[in-house]
Design a protein around this ligand. Structure first.
Ligand code: HEC
Length: 217
């Protein structure tokens, strides 16, 4: 089989309309179009690029990487100024009200030895006070109880949890204590300790650190 025969055999495999009628140096051109899906993809990306260009460049509506980065940094700087370098404001604690965080709080309460001193249901025992009643030793406000859990009351037997729980975890466990244990009816509740301050109401969160410090003796 010489070269010429080889070429003919090749051509017969294709629709003859696809073969362009010119031939140079014994070479014919085969016009084999790209499949429809590939061409659609190409045209769609051309159309997309017009909108993309308009949004980010010509109209300047969207932020480019650098602008977005600078925006994030300035928000972070504001937060640091407001909350200190920790980025956490201990004087303004808002409890979680969603189930996921409250459940995380329940998990902490059960596993981080809280139950050892406050009973499995938070009703108190020989060591720790009842957390379900309206009586509080340190006040019923999250800002105050945050300090109790964080720094503990070593003289009275309450463990400091500073190194064991993150600030967020303390807020989670307090969210559980103040929204699930409080007002519940644990078995064998310990008699009241402290002052009758009432139940903490998340909807009436009027915590003012200075005016409440009185309670935190
Ligand atoms: C080693 C025992 C012990 C452990 C563990 C413990 N507590 Fe306490 N807790 C106490 C005692 C005792 C007090 C009362 C302190 C006082 O009289 O000032 C207290 C007080 C508190 C108070 C304030 C109650 C009030 O009436 O003002 C809260 C809230 C509290 N604990 C939550 C927790 C949580 C949440 C945990 C787990 C992360 C925990 N405690 C773990 C012993 C403990």
């Amino acid at each position: 089989m010489d070269k010429h025969d080889e070429k003919i055999e090749f051509n017969e495999k294709f629709d003859h309309n696809l073969i362009k009628d010119h031939e140079y140096d014994n070479i014919q051109e085969l016009d084999n179009p790209a499949p429809f899906w590939l061409m659609s993809l190409f045209y769609l990306s051309v159309i997309f690029s017009v909108f993309y260009g308009a949004y980010y460049f010509w109209l300047g509506i969207g932020d480019l990487q650098k602008a977005e980065y600078n925006k994030e940094i300035s928000i972070a700087e504001i937060n640091i100024k407001k909350n200190g370098s920790q980025g956490f404001d201990e004087s303004q604690i808002t409890l979680y009200t969603d189930e996921i965080n409250i459940r995380a709080g329940a998990e902490i309460f059960a596993t981080k030895t809280c139950t050892t001193c406050h009973g499995p249901e938070g009703g108190g025992n020989a060591i720790g006070p009842n957390l379900s009643d309206e009586y509080w030793i340190h006040g019923n406000q999250p800002v105050l109880l945050f300090q109790v859990v964080k720094n503990g009351v070593p003289a009275k037997g309450m463990t400091p949890f500073k190194g064991q729980l993150t600030e967020n975890q303390i807020v989670q466990v307090l969210s559980f204590v103040l929204q699930r244990i409080q007002k519940s009816s644990p078995k064998n509740p310990k008699p009241p300790q402290g002052e009758k301050i009432g139940y903490y109401n998340n909807n009436l969160n009027t915590q003012k650190v200075d005016s409440l410090k009185v309670i935190n003796k």
